[in-house]
Ligand binder design. Structure first.
Ligand code: GLY
Length: 298
């Protein structure tokens, strides 16, 4: 079938021209793998690594910092045969998605978190890496000044108010290969200024991502709301009766009803794609039959 769709997060309109370039590079690199007979897993991983390395998204290098100024990242992968792996709240690694894949392929577990995930990464030969950048530290300092200036409280209960100004920019990919196998990946550092230890939807199967024989979905946006709605599983279940686009639209209607700012990308078992969001923008692209389609969704 060879279809791949990539998103760069449902968030702000910031850096859209630059993010467009990276999203297109990611989707083209993944598609090349599919065209050469590679697997959906390899294609989705390749696209996600490009997004994680670009410094333009809240995933991998350049990720947003938590309230303590640390980068804690989540990443996940799932296939149509329900194989899955994830890491949560992992620090000091370059590509969390590669460790999620190692969890899937090498352990009897599905999710490893925190220090345990870091220890596992070390055992698997992954080198230590600081994903902070000048830009991510500057944004953190700016936001902290806002909070210290009275724009929040000690426990930051107004975090949802900030989400509309500062993106979550999770990245995600859904791919289907020539054998009709699906793979879906997600990677993020979560909502900026989150409390340490907070898990969003990204590593939660059924919430941030889901895949089975009917289709595959990746979600982005406000993790708490996406978890409450089990949004990716809802969208995959809708694909029993509807195509990917209709399923995404119905699921997003539900998200809107609950004021959840989010986005979804999907592929169904006929290779049809679905995409959409309830936020300000979602740079996304897909390639089907060799044809690239890009949307900022502003
Ligand atoms: N969707 C990313 C997060 O809420 O962590």
């Amino acid at each position: 079938m060879n279809v791949i769709i990539v998103h760069g997060g449902a968030g702000t309109k910031r850096d859209l021209p630059e993010r467009k370039k990276v999203v297109i590079k990611a989707v083209e690199s993944g598609y090349k793998i599919l065209k050469e007979g590679g697997s959906a897993i390899d294609a989705a991983i390749r696209a996600t690594v490009i997004l994680e390395d670009s410094q333009y998204f809240n995933a991998g290098t350049g990720s947003g910092l938590n309230i303590e100024g640390e980068v804690e990242m989540d990443a996940s992968i799932m296939t149509n045969s329900l194989e899955c792996g994830a890491v949560a709240c992992i620090k000091n690694v370059k590509n969390p998605i590669l460790i999620a894949k190692l969890v899937m392929e090498n352990t009897d577990h599905i999710i490893l978190s925190g220090k345990g995930a870091q220890r596992f990464a070390k055992i698997m030969g992954i080198r230590k890496y600081d994903p902070k950048t000048k830009k991510s530290k500057a944004l953190y300092n700016k936001l902290m000044r806002r909070i210290k200036g009275g724009k929040g409280t000690r426990y930051f209960p107004r975090l949802p108010d900030f989400i509309k100004y500062y993106n979550t920019d999770t990245v995600g990919t859904v791919a289907v290969d020539r054998e009709g196998k699906f793979a879906v990946t997600n990677s993020t550092a979560g909502v900026i200024l989150k409390l340490p230890g907070r898990l969003g939807d990204t590593p939660i199967f059924g919430a941030g991502l889901y895949a089975n024989e009917i289709g595959a979905v990746s979600a982005t946006g406000h993790g708490e709301g996406i978890i409450q709605l089990c949004l990716s599983k809802v969208a995959v279940d809708l694909m029993k009766e509807n195509n990917a686009q209709k399923s995404v639209s119905i699921a997003l209607k539900k998200a809107k009803k609950y004021n959840v700012r989010c986005g979804l990308i999907a592929i169904d078992r006929k290779g049809k794609v679905g995409w959409g969001h309830t936020a300000d923008a979602m740079p996304s692209a897909y390639i089907k039959n060799g044809k690239l389609t890009y949307k900022d969704w502003v």
